[in-house]
Every structure is written in C-alpha cells, then in structure tokens.
Design a protein around this ligand. Structure first.
Ligand SMILES: *[C@@H]1O[C@H](CO)[C@@H](O)[C@H](O)[C@H]1NC(C)=O
Ligand SMILES: *[C@@H]1O[C@H](CO)[C@@H](O)[C@H](O)[C@H]1NC(C)=O
Ligand SMILES: *[C@@H]1O[C@H](CO)[C@@H](O)[C@H](O)[C@H]1NC(C)=O
Ligand SMILES: *[C@@H]1O[C@H](CO)[C@@H](O)[C@H](O)[C@H]1NC(C)=O
Length: 194
C-alpha cells in the first residue's frame, strides 16, 4: 500500500512538472499558428490603386469589386508582416503601365521588386521616401524622369534602378548607412556618382 502511494506521489510530481511545459508548448504553437493578419484598408487601397494604374491588372489579384476575406495577404507577390504589407515582389510579370502614387501608401513596405517588367513614366515621389524600405529593385523597365532631391530612403540596403530611361543627376541616398548595393547603370543620368 505504501509503495503504491509513493508511486502515485511520484506520478503526480512528474505531472506537476510536465504541466507547465505542456501549457507553454501549446501556447507557443498557438502563437506560431496564428494566421497572418488581413491587410488593412490602407494597404488594400494602395495595392488596388497600383493594379488599377497598370494597363492590365496584376495577374491573380482579384478585381476591385470582389470581396475576399483573406484580403491582400493571399495575393501573389504580396508579403504581409505584423504591421501590414512588407513586401511586393512581382519581378518578370509582364506588368505594363505607370506606377501609381497610391503604392506609397504601403507605409510598412520593406521590399519592392518590380524588376523586369514594362513599367513606364516616373516613380511616384512618395515611393522614394518610404522610411522602412530596404530593397528597391525597379531595374529593367522603361521608367523615366529624374530621381531628384525627394529621394530619402534611410533604411535602404539595395537600390537598383538600372536599365531604365531615368535622367537628371545620379540619385544620391543621404543617410542610408546600410546601403550595400547601388546600381543606376543603363540610364541617362549625368554628372558624378556621389
Ligand atoms: C528581384 O527579382 C529578380 C527576379 O527574381 C531577382 O533576380 C533579383 O535579385 C531581385 N532583386 C532583389 C534586390 O532581390
Ligand atoms: C527574369 O527575366 C530575366 C530577363 O529575361 C531573366 O534573365 C531572369 O532569369 C528572369 N528571372 C526569373 C525569376 O524569371
Ligand atoms: C528627362 O527626360 C524627360 C522626358 O522623359 C525630359 O522632358 C527632360 O527634359 C529630361 N531631363 C533632363 C535633365 O535631361
Ligand atoms: C540590378 O539589376 C540588374 C538587372 O536586373 C542586375 O543585372 C544587376 O546585377 C543588379 N545590380 C545589383 C548591384 O544588384
């Protein structure tokens, strides 16, 4: 009887030890399994504006009238993070047309890759002032105009505007202390690279 009691005691002790571990594990799993947040109204409007500004909407992005419950986070090329849309990655998608100013409404954006499309016109000034943008790759398009003093990307690591039709003076990125790659080749820029 005593041996039996001791055994049960040990079992209870082990269970008591394991319980917090099990609780912690399931809590962790719950946190990890949380679905990505639906994109906010601001991000949704920014992306819809971008798609609508093109000659044809982005492939796989629902038409404006459609109501989809996942919001933009499930759209091809859209990456969501905790604060909202953090990436728009649409290289080589045969996107044609102008880059809508609305895209600058993605205030949490860290990565924009629109390389290898047929985008034309100027880059909207607001896009060149996104505080959190780390990667800007619009290389190999038909973008034009100057990239002037409005350029202010303090978080920039990669800045690639190569192979477009930009002109004016070479773009400078003051305060971009983490800049690792800068490519402005294949354009009509003039003057020194600073
Ligand atoms: C953008 O996408 C292209 C095509 O996938 C890729 O080659 C390029 O490295 C990307 N740019 C950056 C800065 O990641
Ligand atoms: C994008 O297109 C370029 C030029 O046609 C090609 O070199 C590159 O491999 C393509 N990248 C992808 C990811 O398709
Ligand atoms: C840049 O190109 C545009 C046409 O895209 C032209 O109107 C403008 O005068 C050019 N600017 C410079 C500084 O060459
Ligand atoms: C910039 O993009 C071009 C064309 O996509 C690519 O060939 C080049 O390697 C890139 N430059 C840098 C510094 O990554």
């Amino acid at each position: 009887e005593a041996r039996h009691g001791a055994g049960r005691g040990r079992l209870v002790a082990v269970a008591a030890l394991l319980l917090p571990v099990v609780v912690l594990l399931s809590w962790c799993r719950g946190v990890a399994a949380q679905p990505t947040p639906p994109c906010g109204d601001g991000d949704l409007a920014a992306l819809r504006g971008f798609s609508a500004g093109l000659d044809a909407p982005v492939d796989g992005w629902p038409a404006v009238a459609d109501d989809d419950e996942d919001g933009c986070c499930a759209w091809p090329g859209v990456v969501c993070g905790r604060p909202g849309v953090v990436g728009v990655v649409l290289p080589n998608q045969t996107l044609r047309g102008e880059v809508a100013a609305s895209l600058a409404g993605l205030t949490a954006l860290r990565m924009l890759n629109l390389s290898g499309n047929a985008l034309r016109g100027a880059l909207p000034p607001g896009l060149l002032r996104l505080r959190r943008l780390e990667v800007l790759d619009v290389s190999s398009n038909a973008l034009a105009g100057a990239i002037g003093p409005e350029l202010e990307l303090p978080a920039a690591r990669v800045f690639n505007v190569s192979y477009n039709a930009f002109n004016g003076s070479h773009p400078v990125l003051p305060g971009a202390v983490n800049l690792m790659a800068y490519d402005a080749s294949g354009n009509g820029f003039e003057g020194p690279v600073d």
